[in-house]
Ligand binder design. Sequence first.
Ligand code: ASP
Ligand code: MG
Length: 421
Amino acid sequence: MKVFKFGGASVNSIERVQNVANIIRDYGDESLVIIISAIGKTTNALEKVAEVFYAGNKDEALNLFNVVKQQHLNTAKYLLVTEANACNKHLNDFFTEVEWLLHDKPVRDFDYYYDQIVCVGELLSTSIISHYLKELSIKNNWKDVRDIIKTDNNFRDAGVDWTKTALMLDTMMKAQNENQQIIVTQGFIGCTDDNESTTLGREGSDYSAAIFANLLDAESLTIWKDVEGVMNADPKEFKDAQLIHELSFNEVIEMAYYGAQVIHPKTIKPLQNKGIPLLVKCFLNTSLPGTIISKKQVKNLPPIIVVKDNQVLMQLHSQDFSFVGEAPMAALYKMFAEVKVKPNLIQTGAISVQICLDDRPEKIEQLATTAASIFNVQIEKNLKLLTIRHYTNEVFEKLTEDKKIILTQRTPTTIQVLYSA
Ligand code: ASP
Ligand code: MG
C-alpha cells in the first residue's frame, strides 16, 4: 500500500488533472490511497465566502460561492462525458449543503462556519477526479474522509482522535472490494462525533496523508509537488539553490521549525513513528528522483538556508537596572504561553532580554503591554531572520556581507542572524 498526496497546484488546470491521472495510471496495479487538496486557490475563495457570510452579507456570500460552483462545474464539463451526470449529481449534493447554510443567519462561532464552508473544496476536487479516473477506466473508490478522520470540535485546528480514526479506517478497509484497489479521498478535513465538519489547519493535507500512511502501515508516502524535491533554499530567492536527494526526519523537523516551507510540520511525526519513508516528487516530471526523507541519518548536507520575513525585535530592560533573574524570566515565559506566541530566538543579557517574534500585530501589542508591567519595552519592526543549518563561514559571510546585523546566535550546527531588511 502506497499513499499519494496531490496538492492544489497539481490539479489547478485541465491539463494538470489529466497529468495526475497519468501518474496514477503509471502505478497501475498497486494499492493506492490518494489524498487530494482543493483545486488551486479554492480554499482561499471559500474562506472569503465564510467571512462575507459571517459579516451578514448573505447575497454576496452566495454570489462568491456561485463563482466557486461554476469553476468546478466547468472543470467537470471539460473532463467528463460518460461520468458527467453522475459527477454533477455528486457535486450538487455539496453545493446544496453549503447553500442551505448560507441562507441561515450565523448564530455560532465563526470558526464553526468556516469549517462547514471551507471543507467543501476538497469534497469537490476529489469528486471530479474520482469520476475522471472512472471515465478513463481506472477503478477507484471515492470516500468521504469525514467518515474516517474523527476529530475534536476545535474548529479550524481540529485535533485528530487517533483511536477512533484507526477504528473507522479499519472497518472501511475490511469492507473494501478486492478489485477496487485505489481509494480517492480528501486531505485537510475531518469530522466530529456530532457529524460537524472540521479542518486540520491550512496546508493540512500533508498531515492527512501522513495519518493514512501511519494507520495503514503504508510502504511509503509520496507528496507530489511542482518543484524538483526539497531544496536547500528557496529557489525564488536563491538562484543557486540545490536539490537535496536525501534527508532525515529530524532534519526536516528542524527545517520546518526554523520556517522552511517544505512540508506541513505535523506530517513528520506519524511517519517517523512507523519508519515510513516520505518521498517528495515532481508531478511535472516524474522521472526526476526527488527527495527521500527517512529515519536514516544523512551526513554532509549542504548549508540549508531559511529566511523568515516580517520579524520583530522586542527588547526588554529591567526597570531598575537590576539583573534579569529567575522571577522576571519565569514571568516572561508565562506571558508567552498566555499570549500564545512562540519566539523565534531569545538572547538574555545581564539587564536585558531580546526576543525575536513573527510580526503578528495584535499579539505583539498584547505581549508588549503585558511585559511593560515588569520591563521597559522597545520594539523594532521590519527585520528578517536568516537561519543557516550546517553553515560554513564562507556561506555565512557571503549571505551577511551587506546586511546590518542586529543579533547573531550560533551553535555548532546552526547559525541565526537577525538583520534589518
Ligand atoms: N486546501 C487546503 C489549503 O489550501 C489544505 C491543503 O491544501 O493542504 O490550505
Ligand atoms: Mg496546498
